[in-house]
Design a binder for this molecule. Structure first.
Ligand code: GAR
Length: 196
């Protein structure tokens, strides 16, 4: 049984999807903690309501000193001994040192069909480009931003008149199906991409 820590920055809907799936008896992993870089993140209260250990390391206190922020994050994570780290709407860029420490054990969900649209404003960029499809990707985190090996993708249509907000909502529903499916496979030692 693998232990999973989830890092969030906001509402944590992907985190809840992961927790819901891990609550099922046949899952090869169990959640051990949810940590945010923002003490006010709505997802922390939602995780606590479910009995999860929650914690926050406020990045603003580190004034841009990423290694110091990550050293504290590492210290808090160590208390829970996770095998796998899931980034779920975690909006901090991580240093190469932190990424190396978690190599092969850290996943991220990104709201585009990578390698298209790394970074921010993915939905606006997909609409602007005239794409007929959008979607989301779960990938291993490497030192290349949004660039690690892809472990799964889910596609959704882009319809005429779509707005970034409407597309984001459609993609988010797909994220809630994709991330749990990938984590299940990954925790069982299978890195075959999940395609939805
Ligand atoms: C999700 O759409 C996720 O893909 C995105 O933030 C949202 C978090 O929602 N992540 C990124 O953009 C990472 N660069 P949630 O807090 O409800 O899970």
């Amino acid at each position: 049984m693998k232990s999973v820590a989830i890092l969030i920055s906001g509402g944590g809907s992907n985190m809840l999807a992961l927790l819901d799936d891990m609550a099922k008896g046949d899952h090869p992993a169990r959640p051990v903690c949810v940590i945010s870089n923002d003490p006010g993140a709505g997802g922390l209260a939602r995780a606590a309501e479910r009995g999860l250990a929650v914690d926050a390391v406020d990045h603003r206190k580190y004034r841009g000193d990423r290694p110091a922020f990550e050293a504290e994050l590492t210290r808090r994570l160590k208390a829970h001994q996770p095998d796998i780290l899931c980034l779920a709407g975690f909006m901090r860029i991580l240093t190469d040192g932190f990424v190396a420490r978690w190599e092969g054990r850290m996943l991220n969900i990104h709201p585009s069909l990578l390698p298209k649209y790394r970074g921010l404003h993915t939905h606006a960029r997909a609409i602007e480009a005239g794409d007929e499809e959008g979607g989301c990707s779960v990938h291993e985190v490497t030192s290349e931003l949004d660039g690690g090996p892809i472990l799964g993708q889910a596609r959704v249509p882009i319809v005429p008149g779509d707005t970034p907000e409407a597309l984001a909502a459609r993609v988010l529903s797909a994220e809630h199906r994709l991330y749990p499916a990938v984590l299940r496979r990954f925790a069982a030692g299978d890195r075959t991409p999940v395609l939805l």
